[in-house]
Design a binder for this molecule. Structure first.
Ligand code: F6R
Length: 606
């Protein structure tokens, strides 16, 4: 994996492929490559490093109007030129780009090697190129089907063949793939971002589906070669939506965009009169909402932490037992699926393999799943029974920020809907609605404090290791704070329940290990201050993320004060300075903030 782009049309393919790949850079990658069909055969160019390094290495003019390109995030074999995609057959006739993982690659390699095939890379993808080239089927589509019948695993692939120079054959199973329909040109991409400059007319491939694209038409079909007759849908994405908007990094732009994006998310979804949320996409009436006895939230990484914030909101506002669980673990423990549990899959990309597998596990066992998803039309959105779109707009930085805020707000709205068909009073519903409406203005106030937050962050960046602590509502905030900090600053940051410190981790506290403490003004303030005392008494340095009027006083070396909202919604605002803190720590350390090492934007492999 990581990004795929393909072009067939009347333009020269190389600039289209290079531009498409640069739009996919945000997903994180370590090498890039393209293959173009020209009159002289297939020309393949690959490079370790950035797309701009690949571009700089290309010869002046490469004729050819059909080609495929890829950014690779190493899974099988290190990041080398030989392991970069496209991978080609031994005679160079067939070229393949691939996202996903072929599970039986090693046994297929052994078998092919026994037949005399010489491998030039460590990748699982090369197997596909050899299988396609070795097929005796009379068409490229038939050869790809032959190859796919022999492999198991996940993939999105795009294949070109010198014998069929008018087309790309693409296939999807577990990794996203989209066709872009243009005027006498067609595109293949793993992500809408690669298409936005060219077309807004797209076809989402489903798992198990294949496609042939030529400059004039596309055809989608199943593995049984039945046409699946898809019509293009129109996407609402402007090229400018994915610009930097004057910021040095997408992460910064996305943090500061939140007042606007949150306002957009809330528009038309709050019902002041009845103190509830209007969530038509849930596809659940009041009777069904009332029937749920439990809520189980499934997400990965930061989406899981947003799910923990959401579970607390649901328990507090709707008084239904709710918990969040890492989707990556869920299916491996043969989970018990209950008919009166509402399962909620939460994902920015909507393509995270672990979360998608969890959705399938629930559905296979007859459970009901809704999605809290940002990317419209993504796999999780399509496979869920209903859901709440996050409307955060495209998120480019690998470290998720605005999408998480939107997830937490989505959970608040879900909690309102579940609460108002139970015991949540109309006035409490209206109180939460007023709190939600205050969020954009309050986020702006936090942004105004950025110079102070940056100063605190630079100081923290000097420490090799940090604790983030919080209690109950504040604990997922601490977890997300630590996650963001470690992702972009590469510092060791560990989150702990403040209450658990004295049961072990306190042994680590000394002047070299700072602690960021989440200290909201709520019923637990005194307990949180007591935890801070325990740290201060052992020489530990403290930074408090707190509310006006909380007496952190001399306990903290620095404090960042966040506007107070309703207690249930406070975690949303307490998280935002932690986003800015992580950003400024990474900035002071000179890291590649939007593309942190070893990480990819959407993790479409297990
Ligand atoms: C953290 C981060 C990851 C993602 C996780 C889930 O900043 O980006 O932890 O939150 O990989 O991704 P989605 O939300 O796309 O399912």
């Amino acid at each position: 994996m990581c990004g795929i782009v393909g072009y067939v049309g009347s333009q020269s393919a190389v600039p289209v492929l290079v531009e498409g790949l640069s739009r996919l850079e945000y997903r994180g990658y370590d090498s890039a490559g393209i293959a173009v069909l020209s009159a002289k055969g297939t020309r393949v160019f690959r490079k370790v490093g950035r797309v701009r390094d690949l571009e700089a290495s290309l010869p002046g003019r490469i004729a050819g109007k059909v080609g495929i390109g890829h950014t690779r995030w190493a899974t099988h074999g290190p990041a080398t030129q030989d392991n970069a995609h496209p991978q080609t057959s031994a005679d160079g006739r067939v070229s393949v780009v691939h996202n996903g993982i072929i599970d039986n690659a090693s046994s297929l390699r052994e078998r092919l090697a026994a037949q005399g095939v010489k491998f030039t890379s460590d990748t699982d993808t090369e197997v596909i190129a050899h299988l396609v080239a070795g097929s005796e089927a009379g068409t490229l589509e038939g050869a790809v089907l032959d190859a796919l019948s022999r492999i198991t695993g996940t993939y999105a692939i795009a294949v070109i063949d010198e014998r069929r120079p008018d087309r790309i054959v693409a296939a999807r199973n577990g990794s996203p793939l989209i066709l872009g329909v243009g005027d006498r040109e067609m595109f293949v991409a793993s992500d809408l971002a690669a298409l936005v400059r060219h077309t807004t007319s797209v076809v989402h491939l489903d798992d198990g589906e294949l496609a042939t694209v030529t400059s004039s038409e596309f055809r989608t079909f199943s593995r049984d070669e039945e046409n699946t007759a898809k019509s293009p849908t129109s996407i609402d994405l402007e090229t400018d939506d994915v610009g930097l908007d004057g910021h040095q990094h997408y992460m910064h732009s996305e943090i500061l965009e939140q007042p606007t994006s949150v306002e957009r998310m809330l528009r038309g979804r709050l019902d002041d009169r009845f103190g509830t949320a209007r969530l038509d996409g849930l596809n659940l009436g009041p009777r069904q909402l009332r029937g749920f006895r439990r809520v189980k939230i499934l997400g990965c990484g930061s989406a899981y932490y947003a799910g923990q914030i959401g579970a607390a909101m649901i328990e507090e506002l709707a008084r239904i037992p709710a918990d969040a669980e890492p989707a990556s673990e869920f299916r491996y423990r043969n989970p018990i699926i209950e008919p009166d549990t509402l399962y909620v899959a939460v994902s920015q990309s909507g393509e995270t393999a672990d979360t998608a597998f969890a959705v399938r596990e629930v559905k296979r066992k007859g459970g009901q799943v809704i999605g809290l998803v940002n990317v419209v039309g993504s796999a999780i959105a399509r496979e869920s029974d209903g859901g709440i779109y996050l409307h955060a707009g495209p998120e480019i930085a690998v470290a998720s920020t605005k999408a998480l805020t939107h997830m937490a707000i989505g959970f608040a709205m879900l909690a309102l809907s579940l609460g108002r068909v139970r015991d949540l009073s109309i006035s409490d519903g209206q109180r939460i609605i007023a709190g939600l409406r205050s969020l954009p203005g309050q986020i702006l106030q936090i942004a105004d404090d950025e110079p102070h937050i940056a100063e605190v962050a630079r100081d923290l960046a000097a420490a090799p290791s940090l604790f983030f602590i919080g209690r109950v509502r504040g604990f997922p905030v601490a977890r997300e704070g630590a996650q963001k900090f470690k992702e972009v600053s590469y510092r060791h940051a560990e989150a702990y329940q403040a209450s658990e410190l004295k049961h072990g981790p306190l042994a680590l506290i000394d002047e070299s290990l700072p602690t960021v403490a989440i200290v909201p003004d709520d019923e637990l303030t005194e307990r949180n201050l007591a935890s801070m005392q325990q740290i201060a008494a052992r020489g530990g340095r403290l930074v408090a993320i707190t509310h006006p009027g909380v007496a952190v006083g001399a306990l903290a070396a620095a404090s960042i004060t966040v506007p107070k909202n309703e207690p249930e919604l406070d975690p949303i605002l307490l998280t935002i300075p932690l986003q800015l803190m992580a950003y400024h720590a990474a900035l002071s350390l000179g890291h590649d903030i939007d593309k942190p090492r070893n990480l990819a934007k959407s993790v479409t492999v297990e």
